[in-house]
Ligand binder design. Sequence first.
Ligand code: DGL
Length: 257
Amino acid sequence: MSIGIFDSGIGGLTVFREINREFPDADIYYLGDTARVPYGNKSRETVIRYSIEAANYLKTFGIDALIIACNTASSYALEKLREIMDIPVIGVVEPGVETALKYTTNGRVGVIGTVATIKSNSYKKLLEKSGVQVFQKPCPLFVPLVEEGIVDGQIAELIIKEYLDELVDRGIDTLILGCTHYPLLKDSIKKLYPHLKIVDSSQAITDFLHRENLQLSGKGIRKIFITDESESFERFKNMLIGEIPLEKIEISQLCTL
Ligand code: DGL
């Protein structure tokens, strides 16, 4: 079985990394739309259009399931992609919510993500259905911070505190990292708030795939496509998954339905 994974950029390699580790025999095709990243400050319509293009591109490899690694795209485009694709489409929001519901004991959950993800209320709506109180906060500085490799130390901790103190003061016991990049800040967040249970969507999605019992055996093919190249993408990729090469494709190869 082969899986397609897409993200606005290379942050979704946090999801790729987990799936790569957990399902070594699966064939995995990843598309990072690096020419058009970030999605987190774009409109709903644009995010949906880009997501359809990415899904259609990955479909050309005969994938059996599609994973939307990007929280912003999961928040806006999941419904549309489920409507138009004839294969299972899995976003990161549902698995993240399931894990948070297992973790929380006081029913107070924090959600952080891009401006678009928080504005969509995707996590909030699902969590509130289970009677949980939700406290949200967009953390736009986290993405550039992680891309610069500043994931610990004074500067990282200062910015983390600037965003998260307020949520922690509201008594949350669980925090959903609702953005592809945030798992790289997990250790620093844990250090500052050791009592918090942290939901990392890259782990939540692999747990979900295990539970779904999908037959993820194949030839172990790994392909990572990006729509634009840069040294910083290469550096970030090396930090996350090492050797697997990035292959550049043209935006014009992405087509709409
Ligand atoms: N991949 C995005 C997300 O998880 C973060 C980067 C962006 O804004 O495109 O929401």
